[in-house]
Design a protein around this ligand. Structure first.
Ligand code: ACO
Ligand code: ZN
Length: 432
């Protein structure tokens, strides 16, 4: 895979902050029927690799795999197990106590360890098979098996479990490679304005008395009511860019953290009040993308998710592309939530135009009007059954009833970007 991104490069993901509902969960692997065959005496502590049922926060038992274990100080035989729920995205991996595990259900045919010669990593046959077979479907098709394995081995256990940011305490989703001195912290405290992070609340309180920032460092390029967008140049604000990458990685799985943020611009969306401009989410964009990417990473912080900000950020990235006179596409692979958000956005935008033009519009015209790359136009229309391939050409078949049905299913439009409020010149024109 190519390692470009803004400090961060991709992967997939699932559930959310304490504010989100279990209904927001997307299943990424088909449910595995727990098998109770081949019983053998269970010995404790359980081995890494054990498959067992675990009681999740919904009160129900779900099949999991033990990824790691740790000794507790409460007694010589007390352990906690870091488990991955087969049915859910890695963001739901967590430390489980023995009481949560249904020991009756331990599968006897626990994966046998095999040495992976190429990667030098201890892998089970099952892991190897899974990596080879399933990653395409999870949106990891850009990863070769070796780099994916390395990624999963290195990032298998979340290091920071919570952060404090502004008025929110947020549960994290994934591993993020904070400097080693932070590796013993369960919780980190972020300054919501400069994104400096600290180990202790008192340090943050001291910092807040000194920190002069009340908004991201950079130019405000959009204001609409209490919403503002700031453009931060990674070269001019290196530390801010790096801090943002550390923070964002906690919610983005398959992104590799890079320290070279010079090559990126960061667009920070804020809700502003008398106390300052509070970050809601952001996207990053390469200053020059050879692949035609108009967005590298996108994130809405968990407390603000499912309110339309993601679609706003996506729409904003296309408004920038329109100003540049280019079409664009997001960097791949997309996460599960990223794909859902993009599909929803593309569907709504394209179908609105098709409806207005009663279907009399070409793919090229759709792309020109929206700055959405033609491949994304085609794949969206294909997924909706609105396009056919005839005599070597794609033909749009926009039945009004079908359009209406898809538009209804596409859900809310989200917050609109008012292009007249965007005050911005593309990067190269700034002489950079
Ligand atoms: N469950 C089901 N559907 C969801 C969920 C969810 N948890 N989250 C978003 N969606 C879908 C819905 O269709 C939603 O529209 P609706 O609410 O009208 O039904 C649509 O996506 C977008 O909703 P928004 O409220 O506009 O988006 P949000 O502010 O929640 O942000 C984002 C979406 C940015 C993907 C967010 O989920 C996020 O930050 N996730 C973690 C990081 C990530 O995965 N980023 C994308 C990586 S890909 C890349 O960076 C190129
Ligand atoms: Zn600060």
């Amino acid at each position: 895979m190519k390692d470009s991104a803004n400090g961060l490069k991709h992967n997939d993901g699932l559930v959310t902050s304490p504010t989100s509902s279990p209904a927001a969960i997307i299943q990424t692997e088909s449910a595995v029927k727990p098998s109770l065959r081949k019983r053998k005496p269970i010995s404790l502590p359980l081995e890494v690799g054990t498959r067992v049922l675990c009681r999740w926060r919904d009160g129900k038992l779900h099949p999991v795999k033990v990824i790691e274990r740790r000794k507790l100080s409460t007694g010589p035989d007390d352990y906690q197990y870091y488990v991955h729920y087969n049915e859910f995205n890695r963001r739901l991996d967590e430390w489980a106590n023995l009481e949560q595990l249904e020991l009756e259900s331990v599968e006897a045919d626990a994966d046998e360890k095999v040495e992976d010669k190429a990667g030098g990593l201890k892998m089970t046959r099952h892991q190897k098979r899974k990596i080879e077979e399933t990653h395409a479907e999870e949106g990891h098709e850009d990863f070769d098996a070796a780099s994916l394995r390395e990624h999963e081995e290195f990032t298998k256990v979340k290091n920071i479990s919570k952060i404090e940011l502004g008025k929110y305490e947020i549960e994290t989703w994934y591993f993020s490679p904070f400097p080693p001195e932070y590796s013993d912290c369960n919780k980190l405290f972020f300054c919501e304005f400069c994104l400096s992070f600290m180990k202790r609340k008192e340090q943050l309180a001291r910092h807040m008395r000194k920190c002069v920032l009340k908004h991201p460092p950079g130019d405000e390029i959009y204001r609409q009511g209490s919403l503002s967008m700031f453009e931060v140049d990674g070269k001019k604000n290196k530390i801010y860019g790096q801090n943002l990458c550390y923070l964002a990685k906690l919610f983005l799985d398959h992104k590799t953290l890079y320290y070279d943020v010079d090559l990126f611009l960061f667009y920070i969306l804020c809700e502003c009040d008398e106390r300052g401009c509070h970050m809601v989410g952001y996207f990053s964009k390469e200053k020059h993308s050879e692949e035609g990417y108009n967005l590298a990473c996108i994130l809405t912080l968990p407390p603000y998710q499912r309110k339309g900000y993601g679609k706003f950020l996506i729409a904003f990235s296309y408004e920038l592309s329109k100003k540049e006179g280019k079409v664009g596409t997001p960097e791949r692979p997309l996460s599960d939530l990223g794909l859902l958000s993009y599909r929803g956005y593309w569907t709504r935008i394209l179908l609105d135009i098709l409806k207005k033009h009663r279907g009399n519009v070409s793919i090229k015209e759709l792309s020109d009007m929206t700055a959405i790359k033609t491949e994304d136009v085609i794949s969206t229309l294909q997924s909706l059954d609105l396009i056919q391939y005839r005599k070597g050409q794609h033909v749009i078949c926009a039945d009004p009833k079908l359009l209406e049905r898809h538009l209804k299913a596409a859900g809310r439009g989200g917050l609109e970007v008012d292009a007249s409020k965007l005050i911005w010149t593309p990067y190269k024109e700034q002489g950079g």
